[in-house]
Design a protein around this ligand. Structure first.
Ligand SMILES: [Zn+2]
Length: 262
């Protein structure tokens, strides 16, 4: 009896196997392409939705000279132009339409926590030892979202510089941390909106000049007081929570960046 029962179980298992194998094969293409976010339709001008907004975060660094990509969930001409620059930068067919090839590249670039390949939340939350994104004027979640967009801009800058590594020496700072390091009272660092960048392989002027093309509306570098050993980049134009107007502010006089030399 015992043997029989086992045999029946074995037969049932064997019968179930082919079906299970087929189910696995069929399911594979529909499985999530990525641990962070998966796009389910091709996006082009006129589309809107959260999938567009997710795309806009990731192409924010391909805004073009002195411009930004609005994170509004509407696929307009600026989003299309940014997608096109992204495609060009990675050797894809550059049509400004986000389809399978564009998404495949984004999946390849993004980690499971949605950060781009060469930057991490840990690196951006190192203000005075890491504070878990709290202690600033925004909620921890909003702050982290800003930091994510900052990282995608940095990834674009890094790519534009020829895949040369960039180091973030200061990202988000809580108020306490900002006071400790003597940051400006309404610093973009408080919002997760800024990064101080150094590089061993690119000059600071290359970083400062390059950043003008990667969606950064605040740039301070060599020649600006206290900025001879790093380049500060931020997204002040997109910050509606700070006390400054949403305008571009660049100054790296030693690099020909700023007032009259843009
Ligand atoms: Zn800074």
């Amino acid at each position: 009896m015992r043997v029989n029962t086992l045999k029946r179980v074995a037969v049932a298992f064997a019968l179930a196997l082919p079906g299970a194998a087929i189910a696995t094969v069929v399911a594979a293409p529909a499985a999530h392409a990525d641990g962070c976010y998966t796009w389910n339709r091709t996006l082009s001008q006129g589309r809107s939705g959260d999938d567009v907004r997710q795309l806009q975060i990731r192409v924010a660094g391909w805004a073009g000279y002195r411009d930004i990509v609005e994170n509004d969930g509407r696929y307009g001409p600026k989003t299309a132009a940014a997608v096109k620059r992204f495609q060009q930068a990675y050797g894809l067919r550059a049509d400004g339409i986000a389809g399978p090839q564009t998404f495949a590249k984004l999946y390849q670039l993004q980690d499971n926590d949605c950060t781009p390949a060469h930057f991490s939340y840990t690196e951006l939350d190192n203000g005075c030892g890491g504070s878990g994104w709290s202690g600033g004027p925004l909620s921890a979640n909003q702050t982290k979202q800003n930091a994510l967009r900052t990282m995608w801009k940095l990834e674009a800058l890094r790519r534009s510089l020829g895949d040369k590594p960039l180091n973030v020496s200061s990202g988000f700072r809580s108020r306490a941390c900002n006071n400790q390091v003597g940051g400006a009272s309404d610093s973009q660092h408080l919002y997760g909106n800024a990064a101080d960048v150094t590089s061993r392989t690119s000059s600071l002027c290359q970083v400062a000049r390059g950043a003008r093309n990667n969606g950064f509306s605040g740039i301070y570098g060599p020649g600006y007081p206290d900025h001879d050993d790093h380049v500060h980049v931020d997204s002040r134009r997109e910050n509606n929570s700070d006390s400054s107007s949403n305008t571009t502010s660049w100054s790296a006089p030693d690099c020909g960046v700023g007032a009259g030399n843009d």
